[in-house]
Ligand binder design. Sequence first.
Ligand SMILES: NC(=O)C1=CN([C@@H]2O[C@H](COP(=O)(O)OP(=O)(O)OC[C@H]3O[C@@H](n4cnc5c(N)ncnc54)[C@H](O)[C@@H]3O)[C@@H](O)[C@H]2O)C=CC1
Ligand code: BAL
Ligand code: NA
Length: 505
Amino acid sequence: MAIPNIRIPCRQLFIDGEWREPLKKNRLPIINPANEEIIGYIPAATEEDVDIAVKAARSALRRDDWGSTTGAQRAKYLRAIAAKVLEKKPELATLETIDNGKPWFEAASDIDDVVACFEYYADLAEALDSKKKTEVKLHLDSFKTHVLREPLGVVGLITPWNYPLLMTTWKVAPALAAGCAAILKPSELASITSLELGEICREVGLPPGALSILTGLGHEAGSPLVSHPDVDKIAFTGSGPTGVKIMTAAAQLVKPVTLELGGKSPIVVFDDIHDLDIAVEWTLFGCFWTNGQICSATSRLIIQETIAPQFLARLLEWTKNIKISDPLEEDCKLGPVISRGQYEKVLKFISTAKDEGATILYGGDRPEHLKKGYYIQPTIITDVDTSMEIWNEEVFGPVLCVKTFKTEEEAIELANDTKYGLGAAILSKDLERCERFTKAFQSGVVWINCSQPCFWQPPWGGKKRSGFGRELGEWSLENYLNIKQVTQYVTPDEPWAFYKSPSKL
Ligand SMILES: NC(=O)C1=CN([C@@H]2O[C@H](COP(=O)(O)OP(=O)(O)OC[C@H]3O[C@@H](n4cnc5c(N)ncnc54)[C@H](O)[C@@H]3O)[C@@H](O)[C@H]2O)C=CC1
Ligand code: BAL
Ligand code: NA
């Protein structure tokens, strides 16, 4: 597919089905991480805009054109959105690349996932119609009970910058499938494609207020959404500290939250791998894909001592072979990290590792041939101790740290030696051993003989400080439904006879 040249659209906030200027008229720069240039501006919403969007969402839920839709009717909107996204795939992939820095072909594959995800939730929306009302068998005949699965209400969706339109879709598609009215707050570091989703919703005639899109800063636009008394739920993906703030604010209103907060996932490699090169490639992909900015990145390589020298030598050769370039170049495999802040943060992690006594086996700096842009070489760090920051903290950049082990027990202990619990991977020919690790890993996702492939049908989410709740699959739909018990007394002419009846008049 040809990579198109493109103009950055200038958008306003998408509220109540139309483009509206933020009340305070503030805008934020869009920065292309590949050349550090300002390439446009996004609107910056504040509390006042959030309030207008919440009112529009409430009104959508009250109106028949959204609030009384069947799942099958909502499925039509979701399929129309999917079709439009597919039609605009080259443009959207390019916008994603120049906003986020990920290689164009990765962005294009994200857009394919976006399409598939909207289609998948269209199917689930349809299927919801037959599950909307289900009977619950009771142990007696004088009552009967059924359960209604209703839209939860107005939901706030706060998303990160690493998979901008895809993370938006993971939340928007199930929320709309369930019949909620959603307000999306994308990351200020990569909002362009989420705003384009607003244009797509307008083009397909999604009823006003079913989805509003408020770009802006976390504390100005995200925080008022979390604290708004008329927002029924928050779904969040992002950093741990922001997750804590959101949970604390939501707790004041006893507002449910789902939190996906990243991690420090292990990849355990045994000496009985099927093939050295295949295992090396999964190890690289597990940590360096998406420029290393993946919440589930397997950024701790735990390698069996017997194979370590050979494995690391080959890992080095493969790493040197990774093409680092402008992400719009066709065979780019590693682009820049998202922002100046992230660039400095990642380099600081590397220098602290050095100061703490680790060895930078490869990388650790800006690639020499790229003078501008937030580029960092793929970096491999050895001689790592479990007390070091690099072993314990999420880097969110192309940095892999390595530790060796002798026994299975030691490998499990190292794998679980983290406050996080999102992903975990094992590479080994012995499937019984893989089974033992699957049980032992303290994580929400396990990969066997691979790392990172992520499909929309299974559940996604973590445990420990990686957060809680599950996205994707049918699990995500449940996040946006209210389960209502309806119990009926079926013999209303028979007295309940709990109190003593007074004498008849
Ligand atoms: N789990 C994941 O997928 C991600 C993890 N991260 C981690 O987070 C670090 C910092 O990246 P940031 O973009 O600063 O992440 P962040 O957690 O601050 O931002 C994520 C989203 O939350 C919003 N937000 C920020 N403060 C908020 C508040 N008080 N109330 C409501 N919403 C708020 C942001 O505007 C953005 O939309 C990265 O270095 C990385 O380690 C970043 C992006 C994704
Ligand atoms: N691979 C997808 C999920 C994430 O990094 O947030
Ligand atoms: Na950007």
